[in-house]
Design a protein around this ligand. Structure first.
Ligand SMILES: [Zn+2]
Length: 341
């Protein structure tokens, strides 16, 4: 180690750092931020050789559920569902039971954030459940954690209607409140499979996004042709609303469940407008990472079933009962932006 004294340009200079392109560089750091990267830099007040270690940008974890993590809490064995086929709402019911006796959200979320930071993650996108029972409690806990670790990691929060949006009374008003209180993006979940109302849920999601000038992140496990049609509709609404680049679809199992030719047809439009964060490819024996629903369940359960874990029968507080009147009408290709097709 060498020191250049108080007049040095950089507080710290890391030397002999290996970049991903194979070059060896020095990295100048001032006030805690990288100020320069070059083959040779003037000595800093502190000079450290990293001995040829690989230096990468901070990692991005674009899909976590900080409110449901059990990291740092007591061990919880996996509990299989009792349904003959996988049911998202059964998983949600089991999950609610486990989380009901887990440590506080703030404690568990902080444990996962610390673990992520320790592994080099500097940006997180976390979905947070918004429903009539949870209300905004989990959001407030994650907001507290976000503030606590803001110097080490940035955290985007998606208001996530895990138990349904239009089919779960009170949720839309709570989602609106969540966006006012600090959530960054509007979430959605299987418009067909969960709400059985594609236009209704997407009207609500895009309406909230426009009201709050926010992006969108939709969990989409709806299968095959059904899911593909929803992807296409999401892309069309994204285009109509001028939201290209601000809408993400998580999982998008449908793309792996249809013949390649069928998936290719809308792929160009979808890819130009909507980003995708995929989980594992769906197969009859697989389940979802985050309370997703298998195609087999969707087909077997059908829209008339009422599986456990569905929208809870709790009554939301009086202040949260009235649904917001969204400022934007349902979006259609031919409305609002006639120049688009
Ligand atoms: Zn998820």
């Amino acid at each position: 180690m060498t020191n250049a004294g108080a007049g040095a340009l950089f507080d710290t200079v890391l030397t002999d750092a290996l970049l991903a392109d194979g070059s060896r560089v020095s990295i100048g750091i001032t006030a805690g931020r990288i100020a320069a990267i070059d083959a040779v830099l003037p000595a800093g007040r502190e000079q450290l050789s990293v001995g040829g270690s690989l230096v990468l940008p901070g990692l991005v974890d674009a899909h976590v559920h900080l409110d449901k993590s059990l990291i740092g809490d007591a061990w919880q064995p996996h509990r299989a569902g009792r349904s003959a086929t996988f049911s998202v709402m059964e998983r949600v019911a089991i999950e609610a039971e486990i989380l009901g006796r887990a440590a506080p959200v703030e404690q568990r979320a902080a444990s996962l954030v610390e673990l992520a930071i320790a592994h080099g993650t500097t940006h997180l996108r976390s979905h947070v459940d918004i429903d009539p029972v949870t209300a905004l409690k989990s959001l407030h806990a994650v907001l507290t954690v976000r503030e606590r670790y803001k110097d080490a990691v940035s955290i985007q929060i998606v208001a996530f209607p895990q138990r349904g949006l239009t089919s779960c009374p009170g949720t839309l008003a709570l989602m609106d409140a969540a966006m006012r209180e600090g959530a960054d993006l509007v979430g959605g979940l299987d418009p067909s499979g969960v709400d059985h109302d594609v236009d209704g849920q997407l009207d609500a999601v895009f309406g909230l996004a426009q009201r709050h000038d926010a992006g969108i992140d939709i969990h989409l496990h709806d299968p095959a042709a059904e899911g593909l049609a929803e992807l296409d509709e999401i892309a069309r609404r994204t285009q109509s609303a001028g939201m290209a680049g601000r809408v993400n679809v998580s999982h998008a199992y449908a793309l792996g469940m249809v013949p390649k030719a069928a998936a290719n047809a809308p792929a160009e439009l979808i890819a130009s407008l909507v980003s995708l964060i995929s989980a594992e490819s769906w197969s009859p024996s697989s389940s979802s990472r985050c309370s997703g629903k298998s195609a087999a369940t969707s087909v077997a359960a059908g829209p008339a079933s009422a599986p456990p874990g569905r929208c809870p029968a709790a009554t939301p507080p009086v202040s949260e009962r009235s649904e917001p009147k969204l400022v934007s009408p349902p979006l259609r290709l031919t409305s609002r932006k006639p120049g688009l097709s």
